[in-house]
Design a protein around this ligand. Structure first.
Ligand code: AMP
Length: 283
């Protein structure tokens, strides 16, 4: 496995693979890799001849008061985990390599990005769509892998690829969790012991919602109200949103009469914002 930091090096390697008739999968990440990322890399390794992992904390998807500076980084650990799971190339650029002086073109999206995380994080999806488009143009993969953990991001990317006729198959992969249920996230490292315990309220509330759907509940508000009540029981937790939306348009729906996404974002100790979700189709 090789680690490169320039667009030119990625292009050279991918061109060589293409010359040999090989297929290429891309796994975009912000690094500090855990088993969630590992599952995406392993899926790409299974489906493609070669796998590229991008490892880049994308500054333009962070808001001014967000955690860009403190976001955890550990490229040596990332190299090991990526290689163990079948990565062939890591693209680890400096911000200047991705955003040269005078950079002024962005990819933006209406509707889907104005809900859920888009409401609390204005500009976030503009940054995501822009960096993912750049990565797609740099790597030109056959397939790209995204986690269902970031369900809105997955829907936005699928929508973008369709809108802009990008010839790339987007694969959504299941959420990987800790043994006690907490969805794996690089941001879990921000939690102290007490906050880590409190964070279990996310998966507990998700399980409650899943149980209600399993038991035949179709009233979206009844489900989200119960989930909000559950979150309110944890003194360190404050819900940002608990919503049920159409899983393609991300628009809220009152009744579970079509494939839906139930998504939550919760602040732990007014400090760390964590997300979790379930798709009704996966139940
Ligand atoms: P990030 O490094 O947080 O930007 O995540 C990179 C990719 O890994 C995204 O497609 C995420 O949805 C995915 N991912 C992060 N955490 C998990 C998880 N717990 N399970 C599955 N995929 C995940």
């Amino acid at each position: 496995m090789t680690v490169v930091s320039t667009v030119e090096e990625v292009r050279k390697q991918v061109k060589e693979w293409r010359r040999q008739g090989l297929t290429v999968g891309l796994v975009p990440t912000m690094g500090y890799l855990h088993e969630g990322h590992a599952s995406l890399i392993a899926a790409s390794h299974r489906d493609n001849d070669k796998t590229v992992v991008s490892d880049f904390v994308n500054p333009i998807q962070f808001g001014p008061s967000e955690d860009l500076e403190s976001y955890p980084r550990d490229i040596e650990h990332d190299k090991k985990l990526a290689e163990q799971n079948g990565a062939d190339l890591i693209f680890h650029p400096e911000p200047e390599e991705m955003y040269h002086e005078g950079f002024s073109t962005h990819v933006d999206m209406d509707v889907l990005t104005k809900e859920l995380c888009g409401l609390s994080r204005p500009g976030h999806f503009r940054g995501v769509c822009t960096v993912v488009t750049k990565l797609f143009n740099i790597v030109k993969p056959d397939r790209a892998y995204f986690g269902k953990k970031d369900a809105q991001q997955l829907a936005v990317i699928k929508h973008m690829v369709n809108d802009l006729n990008m010839d790339i198959e987007i694969i959504g992969c299941p959420i990987i969790r800790e043994a006690d249920g907490l969805a794996k996230s690089s941001r879990n490292t921000y939690l102290n012991e007490q906050e880590r315990k409190a964070a279990l309220i996310l998966s507990r509330s998700i399980s409650l919602g899943i149980d209600m759907v399993r038991n035949g509940e179709t009233d979206a508000h009844r489900i989200t109200d119960m989930m909000k009540d559950e979150i309110a029981k944890e003194p360190l937790a404050k819900a940002d949103y608990v919503k049920i939306v159409d899983c393609e348009t991300m628009q809220q729906i009152p009744t579970l009469d079509r494939p839906a996404l139930c998504a939550i974002a919760v602040y732990i100790n007014n400090k760390v914002r964590l997300i979790d979700n379930f798709f009704t189709e996966d139940i």
